[in-house]
Design a protein around this ligand. Sequence first.
Ligand SMILES: [Zn+2]
Length: 84
Amino acid sequence: MSQKRMWQGGPLREWSETKTPATSMSYGKVGYAGRYGCDRCLKAVNGVYLVQETSSSAGMWLCSDCRQNVRPKQAQPEALRRAK
Ligand SMILES: [Zn+2]
């Protein structure tokens, strides 16, 4: 079993080409996906959150523990206006 990034910029997930107890969810007929992987601590978790440290940085997919430890830098007013 390995970890695979599901798409560019997407989260890591446990992944295998055959069904295993850890990767039991059929994914796109090409393999089986399991739990998500945290970009920071690499732990396998049930869910990850997309966190951006700055408005211009690429997002990281973090578990809830890491999410609490990474504090987004204060957004600049300009970034706030552009925020959706
Ligand atoms: Zn983590």
